[in-house]
Write a protein that binds this ligand. Structure first.
Ligand SMILES: Cc1cc2nc3c(=O)[nH]c(=O)nc-3n(C[C@H](O)[C@H](O)[C@H](O)COP(=O)(O)OP(=O)(O)OC[C@H]3O[C@@H](n4cnc5c(N)ncnc54)[C@H](O)[C@@H]3O)c2cc1C
Length: 454
């Protein structure tokens, strides 16, 4: 069977590519061995955000008295939490399958293997494509000697099926997934300790954002061990004992391993067909072309940001590139990043350290959410920090606070449109909203601060 494009893997990257290609009049086969929607829809973004929303409801119920509302927190109904999460996932899953069918994409159920530059085999059938797009995603990693047993030592995937709220959890890894799930477990009532080898939680974020998150987590009773390596873990009848490289031991009912995700690139014929792979990830150029002409790779399979919307963007870019539309390469610094914990951490553009590395002389403004009435109503501490070139455009926006993630949309328009602080300061922000914190930071950078205490 011959198609214009054969896409291997129906996650965020793969299905976005298939949809855009079909829209551009291409015939597309989309091969998926499990469920269309991939990690993001079934094991990642959507189910974890549903858990985080249940977590928020639990916390708001506990705090209801401070809002003058009489409610009593009686506990977490784990089955109810799953039912809520699964309803959201199922609806979106049906939606995306409907979209693909309506667009005329041929969905092939089965495990694919690259058997030639334009040939993917599924069972006894070979699907030929003038172009092939590899989008096989990623899977949780572990550490040497640390066995994931799914009982005491688990990954995010097991969390999504948990049958109880554990009394205590050690979270290995203070990146996005570790931080989000630590937040969920704490809100559900568990004792939580995060172990992170680097000096801060969310080590790729602006350091001041990490510090604000650490302060908020400390207040929430989430403990952390920073700048210390994991040494070993031993399961016992009641839980797990973790030894750190500094000799300290921690014990808990569960060990959640969240040390990152590795590209799924082995055992599918990629290397045999000459696709260059480095440290497990497929090597691509700025248009996601691999070392083999006519074969592209996108999403978590390549060493770019492991985010669903980065995968969507890569899929769309590849479809347009194949269709000859000459799309511009993606500016990855302009891709917004959100950690959906309580509080949320959101950013777009460069950190101060990255700006310094690029030799950019910068000015910064931090607007504390203590001065933002909407944030006070929501009961959150945090800040909006804006970094601009001296006398020039905004190069970075970094935010911490409950629900602050929604504000990153404004941040990304500002960054990607290369706006000057004075231009943004001219725009009026609705009162009372959290977006006023962004407006206030811009007013201050433009030399006309309004509600700023210095
Ligand atoms: C717990 C967690 C939370 C996350 N939260 C967020 C978030 O809030 N926001 C965000 O932007 N990102 C989030 N992510 C990341 C996001 O899920 C990924 O970046 C995204 O799913 C990557 O998309 P992809 O298409 O590259 O790969 P995947 O979504 O992993 O899809 C790959 C697909 O390929 C299929 N496949 C693999 N091999 C074959 C084969 N040989 N034949 C056929 N099919 C095959 C798989 O079954 C899978 O469906 C989260 C991830 C996790 C784990």
């Amino acid at each position: 069977m011959a198609y214009d494009i054969v896409v291997l893997g129906g996650g965020s990257g793969g299905y976005a590519c298939a949809l855009r290609a079909a829209e551009l009049g291409k015939s597309v086969a989309l091969i998926e061995k499990d469920k269309i929607g991939g990690t993001c829809l079934h094991r990642g973004c959507i189910p974890t955000k549903a858990l985080l929303h249940s977590a928020e409801v639990a916390d708001e119920t506990r705090e209801s008295e401070s809002y003058g509302v009489k409610a009593r927190f009686e506990g977490i109904d784990v089955q109810g939490v799953h039912a809520f999460k699964d309803k959201i996932v199922t609806r979106a899953w049906k939606g995306v399958q409907g979209l693909l069918k309506a667009a005329g994409v041929t969905i092939v159920e089965g495990e694919g293997r690259l058997v030639g530059a334009g040939r993917v085999q599924v069972g006894s059938e070979v699907y030929e494509g003038r172009n092939v797009v590899l989008a096989t995603g990623s899977a949780p990693k572990s550490l040497p000697g640390l066995e994931i047993d799914g009982e005491r030592v688990i990954t995010s995937e097991h969390t999504l099926k948990m049958d109880r709220v554990p009394t205590s959890v050690i979270v290995l890894g203070g990146g996005v997934i570790g931080v989000e799930l630590a937040s969920v477990y704490r809100s559900f009532g568990a004792e939580v300790t995060i172990v992170e080898a680097l000096p801060h939680l969310l080590p790729t974020e602006e350091e001041s954002s990490s510090k604000l998150l650490e302060r908020a987590f400390r207040r929430r009773g989430i403990k952390y061990e920073l700048g210390v390596f994991f040494d070993s873990a031993k399961t016992t009848e009641t839980g797990v004992v973790v030894t750190l490289a500094n000799g300290k031991t921690l014990d808990a009912e569960l060990l959640l391993v969240a040390v990152g995700r590795g590209a799924v690139s082995a055992g599918m014929g990629f290397e045999e067909q000459g696709i260059a792979i480095e440290r497990g990830a497929v090597v691509v150029d700025e248009h996601c072309q691999t070392s083999v002409p006519g074969v592209y790779a996108i999403g978590d399979l390549i060493p770019t940001l492991q985010l669903a919307h980065a995968g969507f963007a890569e899929g769309i870019m590849v479809a347009e590139h194949i269709a000859g539309l000459n799309p511009p390469p993606i500016d990855y610094a302009g891709v917004p990043r959100i950690t959906y914990s309580d509080p949320e951490v959101a950013s777009v553009g460069l950190t101060s350290a990255q700006a310094a590395e690029r030799g950019i002389e910068t000015v910064e403004q931090v607007y504390d959410l203590a001065g933002n009435p909407k944030s006070q109503i929501l009961g959150t501490a945090g800040a909006v920090k804006v970094i601009a070139e001296k006398g020039g455009r905004v190069v970075g926006v970094h935010m911490v606070g409950r629900r602050i993630g929604e504000l990153v949309t404004e941040g990304q328009l500002i960054y990607n449109w290369e706006a000057l602080p004075a231009e943004v300061a001219q725009l009026i922000h609705a009162h009372p909203t959290q977006s006023e914190a962004m407006g206030e930071a811009m007013l201050a950078l433009a030399g006309k601060p309004l509600h700023v205490h210095n």
